[in-house]
Design a protein around this ligand. Sequence first.
Ligand SMILES: Cc1cc2nc3c(=O)[nH]c(=O)nc-3n(C[C@H](O)[C@H](O)[C@H](O)COP(=O)(O)OP(=O)(O)OC[C@H]3O[C@@H](n4cnc5c(N)ncnc54)[C@H](O)[C@@H]3O)c2cc1C
Length: 363
Amino acid sequence: MSIRHCASSLAAEAAGCGAPNGFNAGLWRLSRSDAGDAAEAPRGGPRPTTPTAAALEAARRGIPDLIADNIKSETFFWSVELIPGTTPLLRSLLDESLQHLARHRPAFASVTWHVDHLAVRGPDGPEQVEHPAMALSARLQDEHGIPALMHLAAGRMAKQHVHAVLQACLVAGVTNILALRGDYKVNADADFPHASDLVHFIRKNFGDKFKIGVAGYPSGHPDSKSREMNFVHLKEKVDAGADFILTQMVSSAEEFNLFKQECDNREIRIPIIPGLFLIESYKMFEKLIRTCNILVSKEILDAMKQIKDENKEREYGKCLFLNLVVDLMKLSSCPGAHIFSMNRVTTATKVLDEARIFHDAIE
Ligand SMILES: Cc1cc2nc3c(=O)[nH]c(=O)nc-3n(C[C@H](O)[C@H](O)[C@H](O)COP(=O)(O)OP(=O)(O)OC[C@H]3O[C@@H](n4cnc5c(N)ncnc54)[C@H](O)[C@@H]3O)c2cc1C
């Protein structure tokens, strides 16, 4: 059964589907010209778990350079979002995943930011601020050889704290930042009412020392007055100095391609990386939508709701995810895919592995 057929039949019948045996379209580090017909190929040799000096150095590269290299070599990359552990148990669970993740060699890992986890001990200065996202970003690079993209949601932060955080990031070698507002109401007199204010601030105070990503919303942002205003404000972030765009969850390659074209029509011409969820259950999906305020395809939500069987829901989510990866790989406009893993790193890599998406990257 093809993976495409698998997803559509599940949606229609809420029926089970087997492992994607017939699936052979996507290989990790696959040249685009091979997409769609790659034969099963032998895996590469074992990969070292301790990163080499060269890998550690490469881990500090700017994400726009990584994207450019992958575009040049026509290589579709994958990257992953991680949530820093805030308790000893969560930290140790994440540590196990990081070993695993490093062996799968994502292009980079992004690390989420929660404003409440910022510890400030004094008025300013890099030594005065601590945040689990900074600590994890530095460890990803220095211990695992994985380039980090640290999220920074500044809507509720004061300028001097943002400045201190950025200084601390420079000291730690964390120079890729996803500049965000944060998912909450922000007062009009806040220092950073919009993400574009943060991009301006970084460029004004730090020049080109940071590579800056910003969020994009292919299905619109819930607060946006209209679809057009969505693009107007996205362009403000780009004009302020953003280097690339990371999107909220996309549901189909068509949705991504349309968004990319709409951006292009408005002269938003920096790389755009689509965000993907690997949905494991209706309950998880529904909670995500509610808590993260995400606009998603009603068709997918309805199909998931009908299934009412956890195993089949997982299988359906897996099929949707793999279909989407393969469809995105076929688009020349799409350089790679960013997986919102919810720290289920092993699950995500296992799915890609089963489908041979990683091919030669795994031990
Ligand atoms: C890939 C990704 C990762 C994320 N990671 C995190 C995270 O780690 N931590 C976290 O707290 N949140 C995170 N978020 C959520 C994000 O903070 C929210 O989606 C938030 O609601 C908007 O953030 P933004 O940076 O897009 O804001 P903005 O770009 O400021 O946009 C927010 C809203 O304001 C509107 N707007 C922008 N500028 C103006 C203006 N000048 N005048 C009027 N309206 C304007 C926009 O159209 C939009 O509706 C993430 C989102 C994405 C897509």
